[in-house]
Design a protein around this ligand. Structure first.
Ligand code: NCD
Ligand code: ZN
Length: 348
């Protein structure tokens, strides 16, 4: 008989965009309803580049949570060409900064202040390696002459392999992996590496962007890939290998900026994240692997305790809302209006 109810240790989201101001207030509760903690991305305008900015942002996140919410935002710094070793040491000792994000300049939303040449970040990387502070990598090259569907694969050879050769003890998360090459690289690499995988990359291939017309709500970066890649990611996520863990990359943008001539990249999955993951694992016949991926592997990598408490999912059809409130506009969640077969029914 198929499992109809699943109770797992309370999970965490190891890659999340919470934005700021009114947008933060609109989305923070959704993540707190599902997850105990989240690694909060620093790509604000302006980016979170200092420990003082990260502390102030953390306070704004906590203030935006609904009353009684029990949610710990794990902050990150945005690596630039000018990040100093002293800033890294301060971050490592702060107690609330858990990683430093590498955005190759121009790779994605608000990445203009990112690293133009990884060699310029050497002093910071050296300090991170010494302090054990993790580097969180958006793994895509930005060269205009590299096909957008190949930018992750090319990044492995051009940046990731040399980086790990130069900083062998640097702890790295290969964020939101989207290709079989990245999944294989992470599986076979030397210790000290992990990878987050989104729900949408487990559920969809690139056909979703073009099904019946151009569908901007399925547009994110790194972009969805071919079916063979989706299958490889699903195999990795459900394998039980502790190097792979849950990171939604939920990236809210106002409806008018998604349904736009130059649509913003990002899928909004925070409100139904666990249900999306459960659907993907269920379809692979691997619900028993969900707890490790969602609740155990991330804390092990980040050297944090596993959460107390549980969440319960039940097999019960429900419809994803067509739209949700967002300041001055609305926000369209991924797969809006579609029916999911799993529902989060309890949190203890
Ligand atoms: C993210 C965003 O909007 O901040 N967009 C996305 O498509 N994932 C940035 C990112 O993580 O690349
Ligand atoms: Zn992201």
């Amino acid at each position: 008989m198929a499992t109809d109810e699943l109770t797992i240790t309370r999970p965490d989201d190891w890659h999340l965009h919470l934005r700021d101001g009114d947008a933060l207030a609109a989305v923070a509760g959704a993540s707190a309803a599902q997850f105990a903690r989240a690694i909060v991305m620093p790509n604000l305008k302006p980016p979170v580049t200092t420990v003082d900015q990260a502390r102030a942002y953390r306070d704004r996140v906590l203030a935006a949570l609904p009353p009684g919410a029990d949610f710990d935002p794990l902050m990150t710094l945005y690596l630039t060409d000018n990040t100093s070793a002293a800033q890294i040491r301060e971050a490592a000792r702060s107690g609330f900064v858990h990683g430093v994000k590498l955005y190759p300049a121009g790779a994605t939303t608000n990445s203009d202040a990112g690293v133009t040449d990884i060699r310029l970040a050497s002093a910071a990387l050296e300090a991170m390696q010494a302090e054990g502070l993790a580097l969180l990598v958006h793994g895509e090259v930005t060269d205009r002459d590299v096909d957008v569907f190949d930018r992750e694969k090319v990044f492995i050879d051009r940046v990731m392999i040399p980086l790990r050769r130069d900083f062998p003890a640097l702890r790295i998360v290969f964020e939101h992996i989207t290709t079989m090459q990245a999944a294989q690289y992470v599986r076979d690499a030397d210790d000290g590496i992990g990878a987050t995988i989104t729900a949408h990359h487990l559920l969809y291939n690139r056909n979703a962007i073009f099904a019946g017309g151009l569908r901007p709500h399925w547009y994110c970066l790194p972009v969805l890939k071919r079916e063979e890649h989706r299958r490889a990611l699903l195999e990795a996520a459900t394998s039980g290998n502790p190097r792979y863990f849950l990171g939604t990359d939920s990236a809210p943008h106002a409806q008018r900026l998604k349904e736009h001539a130059a649509a913003c990249a990002g899928c909004y999955t925070a409100p139904h994240a666990l249900e999306l993951y459960a659907s993907a694992f269920d379809a692979a016949g691997a619900l028993d692997a969900l707890e490790g991926f969602a609740s155990h592997h991330g804390p092990a990598f980040y050297r944090l305790p596993v959460n107390a408490g549980t969440v319960t999912l039940r097999r019960e059809p429900w419809q994803i809302p067509e739209s949700l409130p967002f300041p001055g506009d609305a926000i369209v969640p991924l797969a809006a209006g579609e029916t999911l077969q799993w529902r989060l029914v309890a949190r203890r």
